[in-house]
Design a protein around this ligand. Structure first.
Ligand SMILES: [Fe+2]
Length: 191
């Protein structure tokens, strides 16, 4: 399935080609750390006032914030897969969805690297709540996917660079699909 998606690594050179002046690129990188803080605050609090206006440096911040979400999703599915609480069908689903998130993570990391930004790795620990049943894990996954849909949907409207927007749109499609399946598993209406 992944072969049908645009490879962010392959579009990364396009991003770089769009930056004609080296000093412009350096300016991006200087501002990237500030922008990433702004986007991260938005993701964690939903405070749209903190989100930066459309800008190239803002795109870097958005990618950094999105990478955080992907690391967390990979960890959540890993916890579910290792819990021994999942029935075979749900385990298969968790592994497949985790694979999608690894693909997103690697794509985002690739473009950040191509722009001279070292992508951050996962946190040592995530607060995933207490997981005592398959339903707990399904709820955790559903809530994370719902957060991802809202985050990517909102952030997409602030992405300026076309290549990044294209990748983000494809990630959003995955997140909606994940949420739809998990909603169905939990009996939550999708409409
Ligand atoms: Fe997802």
């Amino acid at each position: 399935m992944h072969t049908q998606k645009p490879e962010l690594n392959s579009v990364a050179p396009v991003l770089e080609n769009n930056v004609a002046e080296r000093n412009v690129r350096r300016e991006w990188l200087r501002l990237a750390s500030t922008a990433s803080v702004g986007a991260m605050v938005f993701l964690l609090t939903g405070n749209t006032k903190k989100l930066y206006a459309q800008s190239l440096q803002g795109d870097l911040g958005i990618l950094t914030a999105a990478l955080y979400l992907e690391h967390e999703a990979v960890a959540a599915y890993q916890a579910g897969a290792e819990s021994k609480l999942l029935s075979p069908g749900v385990l298969q689903l968790a592994v497949a969805f985790q694979s999608d998130h690894k693909y997103h993570r690697d794509g985002i990391s690739g473009v950040l690297k191509s722009l001279g930004v070292e992508p951050k790795g996962p946190e040592k620990k995530y607060n995933l709540g207490s997981l005592h049943s398959e339903k707990d894990i399904l709820r955790l996954a559903r809530d994370r996917e719902n957060g991802a849909v809202l985050a990517y949907g909102t952030l997409a409207s602030n992405i300026l660079t076309k290549a990044v927007l294209n990748f983000g749109a494809n990630v959003l499609v995955d997140e909606v699909r994940h949420r739809t399946v998990l909603n169905a598993a939990l009996g939550i209406p999708n409409y």
